[in-house]
Each structure stands twice: as structure tokens, then as C-alpha cells.
Write a protein that binds this ligand. Structure first.
Ligand code: ATP
Length: 249
């Protein structure tokens, strides 16, 4: 939400809006940097971070938990505060249950119409999109910005187009973009500064009691470490609920 309580995509935005979904378990510096670079490269007016309530592809387990959704949302809001282009939409938390991007995009696209949202996604997740719910409808509801992520720093879209879109995609000679569909859909490959940071590596370090300083945004480092959700550190006052909230996993 924005500070004045409006939905982030209401209120007259005209330039394209980026929709950046993820588990954000937890948010890390590469999420923020990649989002900033995509927003700059594509001239997005807003980048809306959408934390998943219960992600279908990540189950979490006692040894490697998914933090309670409200905690992941609070960290994301704190981490993105101060960037006027960034905001967080809790749409999937409010809907509850398993979070399917196709449902989220349906709601957001309806609000933004006639503008098409730009679905922002890392190369690794894009590569697996055929396994998501109703992937063809995802492509009907949004354009795509595919961010590079180590080990992929540059490649032709042709080499990793999902099969649900491969037949109709018209890949440009430089491999950086592809058009599809009758509504003028576009997939763009957006090379971003390669930062080999992942939430799973952050969680692993926390489990091992190691430092995660500079891998996490400074604004949320103490809250994430102090929560004790991922690691051996005991929960501290004021860092949110204890990690035993299985209904959110
Ligand atoms: P995990 O390690 O638990 O799988 P993650 O670091 O991939 O988590 P997610 O919340 O699953 O984080 O990612 C949300 C989105 O951000 C995905 O589209 C993912 O590809 C992208 N992303 C995450 N880390 C990077 C990175 N280092 N560079 C570019 N994109 C990234």
C-alpha cells in the first residue's frame, strides 16, 4: 500500500507498472537492485512488490521454514520504503490460500486496464513457468520483463522460452525481445547487474549463525536476524511474531 492507503496501482498512473512477485523469504539486496534496474531500463512508473501468501512451488520445512507471510510483508515494506517508485501490494495475503500469479495478475490487470502490467520475473523462475497454473493466461494478462540472474548474464530469449508461448513468439534477431499474441504482448530480456544472492543462501547462513550483513537491506537486517525465524538467534522484542505460525506456510 502507499502511505495514503491507496492501492499502489490506482490514482492515475499512466507509465507502465511492474508487478514483481516472489516469496521474499526474506527480501534481499539483489531483489531491490534488480527491481531498480528493470524500472529504470523500462521506464516503469511503479514497481509493485507482491509477496506470496503460500507459494505453490515452495513448501518450507522445519529445517528451512518459510517465514510467516505478515512478517515477510513487513520486511518488504520496510526494505522498499524510501524508494518513491517501489510499493508493496498485499493482494495475495488478503486473498489467502495458495498464491497463484495468474489470479493475482487477473485482479491487477483489471484495475490497470486498458494498460497492460509488466510481470517482472527472474530468468530461473521464467524458465519454470510451464509448471505454473495456467501459464498461457499469464502471458495474455501481462507483458514480461525477464531479469538475468547468475549463472545467466546474457542469452537469447530463444534458448529459454517456455513451451506455452514458444510456437507463437516472434523473437527479435538480437534475442532480447519477443512479441506474441494478437494484443501486442512483449517479452523483454533485461540484463541486470549479476548479484549472486539468494534467499536460500541467506537462510543457510542464518541457520549456521553466520553474518548476512550487506546481503540484506540495511533497513531490515536487524529485524530479520533478530526475529530468529531462520536461525539460532533468539527472538528479540519488537521484531514480530515467533516463528511457530504454521498456518502461514
Ligand atoms: P530462494 O533462494 O528461496 O529460491 P530467491 O532468492 O530466488 O529465493 P524469490 O523471492 O523466490 O527469491 O524471488 C522472487 C523473484 O526475484 C524471482 O523472479 C527471482 O528469479 C528473482 N530474483 C531473486 N534473486 C535474484 C537475483 N539475485 N538476481 C535476479 N533476480 C532475482
Amino acid at each position: 500500500m502507499t502511505g495514503d492507503g491507496r492501492r499502489p496501482d490506482q490514482g492515475g498512473a499512466r507509465a507502465p507498472t511492474g508487478i514483481f512477485g516472489g516469496t521474499f523469504n526474506p527480501v534481499h539486496v539483489a531483489h531491490l537492485r534488480a527491481a531498480e534496474e528493470v524500472a529504470e531500463a523500462l521506464g516503469l512508473e511503479r514497481m509493485v512488490f507482491v509477496p506470496a501468501s503460500s507459494p505453490p512451488h515452495k513448501s518450507g520445512e522445519a529445517a528451512d521454514p518459510i517465514a510467516p507471510a505478515e512478517l515477510r510483508r513487513a520486511w518488504l515494506e520496510a526494505a522498499t520504503a524510501g524508494n518513491p517508485r517501489f510499493c508493496v501490494d498485499p493482494i495475495e495475503l488478503e486473498r489467502g490460500g495458495t498464491s497463484f500469479s495468474v489470479d493475482t495478475l487477473g485482479e491487477i490487470a483489471a484495475r490497470l486496464a486498458p494498460a497492460r502490467p509488466v510481470f517482472v520475473i527472474g530468468w530461473d523462475a521464467f524458465h519454470e513457468i510451464d509448471t505454473w497454473k495456467d501459464p498461457a493466461t499469464l502471458f495474455a494478462r501481462a507483458d514480461f520483463a525477464v531479469m538475468t540472474r547468475p549463472p545467466v548474464s546474457d542469452a537469447s530469449l530463444r534458448s529459454f522460452l517456455p513451451s506455452c508461448i514458444r510456437a507463437e513468439a516472434r523473437v527479435a534477431p538480437d534475442g532480447r525481445s519477443a512479441g506474441y499474441g494478437s494484443a501486442g504482448g512483449v517479452i523483454r530480456l533485461v540484463p541486470v547487474t549479476p548479484l549472486d544472492v539468494s534467499a536460500s543462501d541467506v537462510r543457510r547462513r542464518l541457520r549456521e549463525g553466520r553474518s548476512v550483513r550487506y546481503l540484506l537491506p540495511e533497513r531490515v537486517h536487524d529485524a530479520i536476524v533478530g526475529s530468529g525465524v531462520y536461525g539460532p538467534s533468539p527472538p528479540r522484542r519488537g521484531t514480530g511474531p515467533a516463528p511457530d505460525a504454521p498456518e502461514d506456510r
